[in-house]
Design a protein around this ligand. Structure first.
Ligand code: C2E
Ligand code: CA
Ligand code: CA
Ligand code: CA
Length: 278
């Protein structure tokens, strides 16, 4: 038993070292990623269940490293957050997404909003000053920019967060709560925030047709959200069946592989241009 304990301890330490080493490597590589042009945004359409047309998109970050290959955001965003690199990376994301949406607008394509994911770490800076600067610089109409925030980031410092959110929405920027249902906020709490959209987390959508509890959650969240005047987007929609059920529950928009995976700016533009519908 003693030997087993020691072995376990040894392998645990080795594993920890390996993880730490990996993290240090990622951090080193990530430092150069923006400058080296290794970051890219892909865009996933949001489709209206009322009209069947594309109404917006979410910008999602991709990192192609020449040696490491494609590193998913779930792996490098935490590293970026802990190292502080999230600030320059987010600045790049915001600027690139706004420039892209402005280009689509200038090209006369059907109206589309662009949503950017906001890390909780950015609330330490004044997110509102920073975002307004990008809008001014790129010339994008504030109404076409949406920020996706998570519940956990709001719970941290409510007063300060509300102040920042108020300054953003005052100029017309839209705010939505991402991964809704996985955090701690209640709808009654949310009604005090200048938020207008809830995104139902993929995990509920995944299980909706399998477990009646998840179906009940989805149905009640949509109904309650609507009675509080929130728009509801379901994320991670993969099948026609899920889409039909969500439509029957009066969900407003869907985002998911069923309509389209995240695609390049050029491919998204083609979807807009051709008026591709659900
Ligand atoms: P998220 O904000 O919840 O984004 C939705 C994720 O679900 C994306 O993963 C998207 O590709 C994936 N997805 C959408 N529809 C489907 C579907 O039908 N099936 C499946 N299996 N997946 C679907 P992705 O692009 O890997 O991003 C993962 C997370 O990384 C995001 O989750 C977000 O939290 C974070 N992230 C991505 N880009 C950024 C960014 O620019 N800044 C920050 N701070 N975080 C980002
Ligand atoms: Ca998101
Ligand atoms: Ca989400
Ligand atoms: Ca998620």
């Amino acid at each position: 038993a003693k030997r087993l304990g020691r072995n376990r301890c040894v392998s645990f330490t080795a594993e920890m070292n390996q993880q730490m080493q990996q993290r240090i490597n990622l951090e080193t590589f990530l430092h150069g990623a923006v400058a080296a042009g290794q970051l890219q945004l892909v865009y996933q359409p949001k489709v209206s269940l009322h009209t069947g047309g594309i109404v917006g998109c979410e910008a999602l970050l991709r990192w192609h490293h020449p040696q490491l290959g494609m590193i998913p955001p779930d792996q490098f965003i935490p590293v970026a957050e802990e190292s502080g690199l999230i600030v320059p990376i987010s600045a790049w994301v915001m600027r690139t997404a706004c420039l892209q949406a402005k280009a689509w607008f200038d090209a006369g394509l059907p109206r589309t909003t662009v949503a950017v994911n906001i890390s909780a770490y950015l609330l330490q800076q004044d997110l509102s000053v920073w975002t307004l600067d990008v809008l001014q610089e790129t010339g994008l109409a504030p109404e076409l920019l949406e920020l996706e925030l998570t519940e956990s980031m709001i719970a941290q410092d409510v007063e300060r967060t509300i102040g920042i959110f108020d300054r953003l929405t005052a100029v017309g920027i839209r705010l939505s709560i991402d991964d809704f249902g996985t955090g701690y906020s209640s709808l009654s709490y949310l009604k005090h925030l200048p938020v207008d959209t809830l995104k139902i987390d993929k995990s509920f959508v995944d299980n909706m047709l399998i477990r009646s509890e998840d179906e009940a959650i989805v149905r009640s969240v949509i109904r309650l959200a609507h009675s509080l005047k929130f728009k509801v987007v379901a994320e991670g929609v993969e099948t026609a069946e899920q889409c039909d059920v969500l439509r029957a529950y009066r969900c407003d928009e869907i985002q998911g592989y069923y309509f389209s995976k995240p695609v390049s700016a050029q491919a998204f533009e083609t979807l807009l241009r051709e008026g591709t519908r659900l």
